[in-house]
Write a protein that binds this ligand. Structure first.
Ligand code: SF4
Length: 268
C-alpha cells in the first residue's frame, strides 16, 4: 500500500520517496520535526477526549472557572503523558523538555478557556442537554484510518467532521500559523483523503479544511474534480518509481534546509 503522505512527499521531492522507499533509509529526525509531531499528537488526543469529558464531567450548575479547571486539567494530563513518551527523543535532540511543556500548557489554556465560556453560555440558555456537544462543536472522528484496495492507497485522516445534514469533511491539522496561501501538497493531501472517503462511503466530498489549531484558524477549500485527478496522476508516478526503482534527479531547493535527509543528500 502507498500512503497518502508518500504522495505529498513525492510532490515536494521525488528523491525523498526514492531514499525512503527504495533505499529504505530512515529519515533522521530534526528538532522541528519532532516538536511538530508531538504538538500534533497532543492536540489530536485533546480533541478526541473532549466530547466525553464535556458530556460526563461538566455539570449544569458549574461556573466558567470550574468548567475551565476540568478541561484544562485534562489537557495538562494529555501533555504530560505525551511528553513522557517522547522524553528520551527530546533529550537526544537537545529540546528543553520543561520549556516545551510550559509553552504547550499556555497554548491549550487559552483554548480551554474559550471552550468553557461557550459551554457556560450554552448551558445558561438551554441547560445541559444531549445536544450540547453537537451544537457547540462539530461531531468528529479523530485519526480515522482509511484504505482503498482499488487504488492501493492508505492513510490516516487527522479529523473528519460531520454536519447535521450528514455531510462529512476531511480536516488536516497543521502546526504553526497560516502564511502565503494553501500549498499544493496540502491541497493534494486533503483531496486524497476526500477521494478515499468517497470510495469508502459512496458520497461526494466537495470540501475540506486545513486547521491551524495553535492559532484557532480554519481554512476551507473546495476539492474539485481536477484535484482528485491530480491525486491519481501523482499516485501513478509513485507507483512507477516503486516499480522501476529509477533514481530521480536530485534538486537542491529551500525545503532541503528543513528536510531530515539533508545531511545525506548534501553532505558536501
Ligand atoms: S534534502 Fe532536498 S533533495 Fe534531499 S530528499 Fe530532502 S528535499 Fe529532497
Amino acid at each position: 500500500m502507498i500512503y497518502v503522505t508518500d504522495l505529498t512527499e513525492y510532490l515536494i521531492c521525488p528523491y525523498k520517496i526514492y531514499l525512503k522507499k527504495i533505499k529504505c533509509l530512515p529519515m533522521p529526525q530534526t528538532p522541528e520535526m519532532l516538536t511538530g509531531t508531538l504538538i500534533h499528537k497532543i492536540y489530536e488526543e485533546v480533541l478526541s477526549r473532549e466530547r466525553i469529558i464535556i458530556e460526563q464531567r461538566i455539570q449544569e450548575d458549574m461556573e466558567i472557572d470550574e468548567i475551565f479547571k476540568i478541561l484544562y486539567a485534562d489537557s495538562k494530563r494529555v501533555i504530560k503523558n505525551v511528553m513522557i513518551k517522547y522524553k528520551e527523543k527530546l533529550k537526544g535532540l537537545e529540546i528543553n523538555y520543561l520549556d516545551l511543556i510550559k509553552e504547550l500548557q499556555e497554548e491549550l489554556k487559552e483554548d480551554e478557556l474559550l471552550k468553557s465560556i461557550q459551554i457556560k453560555k450554552y448551558i445558561s440558555i438551554y441547560g445541559k442537554n444531549e445536544n450540547l456537544y453537537n451544537n457547540l462543536f462539530l461531531i468528529k472522528d479523530m485519526e480515522y484510518q482509511i484504505s482503498s484496495n482499488e487504488l492501493g492507497v492508505t492513510g490516516k485522516i487527522d479529523k473528519i467532521e460531520y454536519d447535521q445534514e450528514g455531510n462529512l469533511y476531511p480536516v488536516e491539522l497543521k502546526t504553526g500559523i497560516f502564511t502565503n496561501g494553501i500549498k499544493k501538497h496540502e491541497k493534494l493531501q486533503v483531496a486524497a483523503y476526500a477521494l478515499l472517503l468517497e470510495k469508502e462511503k459512496g458520497i461526494n466530498v466537495p470540501l475540506g479544511f486545513l486547521e491551524y489549531y495553535q492559532v484557532n484558524q480554519r481554512l476551507p477549500f473546495l476539492i474539485k474534480e481536477e484535484d482528485k485527478i491530480e491525486v491519481l496522476e501523482i499516485l501513478e508516478k509513485v507507483k512507477e518509481l516503486l516499480n522501476t526503482e529509477k533514481e530521480p534527479i536530485k534538486e537542491r531547493k529551500n525545503i532541503c534546509q528543513r528536510c531530515g535527509y539533508n545531511s545525506i543528500c548534501w553532505s558536501d
